[in-house]
Design a binder for this molecule. Structure first.
Ligand SMILES: Nc1ncnc2c1ncn2[C@@H]1O[C@H](COP(=O)(O)OP(=O)(O)OP(=O)(O)O)[C@@H](O)[C@H]1O
Ligand SMILES: [Mg+2]
Length: 399
């Protein structure tokens, strides 16, 4: 059928034509927004899940919901070993710029922008002690205000964030709205920064300031957060984003098709669910390939069968391959050994045994795979792939 009208959208962060099966999470976030705006105590949300389940898409949906309520919003994607000071400044800048035109007192806005500027420009402890990598001349954050010296610029991220958050929140309070900052790939935020962020959120929650930090990341994120702050569980509500059930997956496929006057036969939907296993990325990928190859509506199970190799090919390159390519030879050996042991989380000891190595000698490979976001520790002593069906992909590759 006409590929131009193909509604499906496989791709990282690509907005799906239909956000299926996330009604509960959307409702929960509505309540969070409402409560925070009224100064009620509320835990923020942190979305966790495997690669391609739709965390980024849901985070973006949350952001749209906040914008619709006239909140100020900003979003960052964390990078390993990179302090969040700069990226968070940019996100906060965006949030404040959304609020500024509606504020009646320009000097209040001017002041908080000045605080933000001094926050952004502050020399961090690492820079002072020379531990940070030099990034050339002093960074100019592009904030059109006079820096307010002595506020949010101590260099200690924890203190600085607290001061910045309090001042920014007070501007939102004036307008009866809030500020929401979204952090994707939260597991990549350096431990020190996570800890500072938790403290700042904790502080703010206690005096009811309408500012929330909403995160998304891999399944071990709760462990990462509680390792840095024991009270993180009281700060965030962890919401596990998972595969779509059959009803939601069918809806994800049928609703966008119907908008184009195309329908699926029941057997076709069944075949698609079998192929995709309900993982949103795969739902989109198989849906897209099937649409392109089908001759007419209704789409049949035979269409799905013919299209499946096409979809698998694309996934092997785009979804699996791009990640596999990031691994070094030693890391690939490690992952192949994991894959050979099955699809459940495997004991790191067993991986070592099957490679005929001492467990300690494999720690570097394992740690760098964790850093690259390819595997995660599902529980103590166990390891699992962050990418669904990655084991199958690796086993097929080595056939
Ligand atoms: N609820 C949903 N219904 C249908 N399709 C969805 C849904 N959520 C996400 N998708 C689709 O799944 C794909 C992956 O989404 P997204 O990039 O948000 O996943 P992710 O969890 O952020 O993955 P990663 O961990 O790799 O960043 C996209 O193509 C998106 O369109
Ligand atoms: Mg994502």
């Amino acid at each position: 059928m006409d590929p131009v009208r193909n509604p499906y959208a496989p791709g990282a962060g690509q907005r799906p034509p239909e956000l299926a099966g996330r009604e509960r999470e959307v409702r929960q976030f509505e309540i969070v927004l409402e409560r925070v705006a009224r100064g009620r105590p509320e835990r923020s949300m942190v979305l966790t899940g495997l690669r391609g389940v739709g965390k980024t898409v849901l985070l973006n949906t949350f952001r749209s919901m906040a914008i619709q309520r006239l909140w100020g919003t900003g979003k960052i994607e964390a990078r390993p070993e990179q302090s969040i000071r700069r990226s968070l400044s940019a996100a906060m800048h965006m949030a404040l710029r959304e609020l500024a035109p509606r504020h009646r007192a320009p000097d209040r806005i001017e002041h908080v922008l000045g605080v933000l500027k001094s926050f952004a420009q502050a020399t961090t402890d690492d820079e002072r002690t020379g531990r940070a990598t030099r990034t050339g001349p002093r960074w100019q954050p592009g904030i059109d205000a006079v820096a307010v010296r002595g506020r949010a610029d101590s260099g200690d991220l924890e203190i600085d964030l607290m001061e910045l958050f309090v001042d920014a929140a007070s501007v939102a309070t004036d307008l009866g709205v809030g500020i929401a900052l979204f952090i994707d790939e939260l597991q990549d935020v350096p431990a020190k920064d996570i800890s500072a962020l938790c403290t700042a959120c904790h502080e703010l929650a206690q005096n009811g300031g309408p500012l929330i930090v909403v995160g998304a990341g891999l399944p071990h994120l709760p462990a990462v957060l509680s390792a840095s702050k024991s009270y993180s569980e009281r700060l965030f509500r962890y919401v596990r984003i998972d595969r779509l059930n059959r009803v939601a997956a069918d809806h994800a496929l049928s609703a966008p098709a119907l908008a184009e006057n195309v329908v699926f036969e029941a057997e076709a939907l069944e075949a698609l669910y079998k192929a995709s296993d309900g993982y949103p990325f795969f739902v989109q990928a198989y849906g897209k390939a099937t649409w392109d190859l089908a001759l007419r509506s209704p789409i049949t199970a035979e269409d799905v069968r013919v299209a499946a190799p096409e979809a698998e090919e694309e996934l092997a390159v785009g979804f699996f391959g791009s990640r596999y390519d990031r691994a070094t030879p030693a890391e690939r050996d490690y992952m192949r050994a994991m894959a050979a042991l099955g699809d459940e989380p495997v004991a790191t000891n067993e991986v070592a045994a099957s490679l005929g190595r001492r467990p300690a000698s494999l720690s570097p490979a394992r740690d760098s795979l964790i850093k690259k976001g390819l595997v995660y520790s599902s529980e103590r002593g166990k390891i699992a792939f962050t990418v669904p069906h990655f084991g199958t992909f690796l086993r097929r590759r080595s056939e």
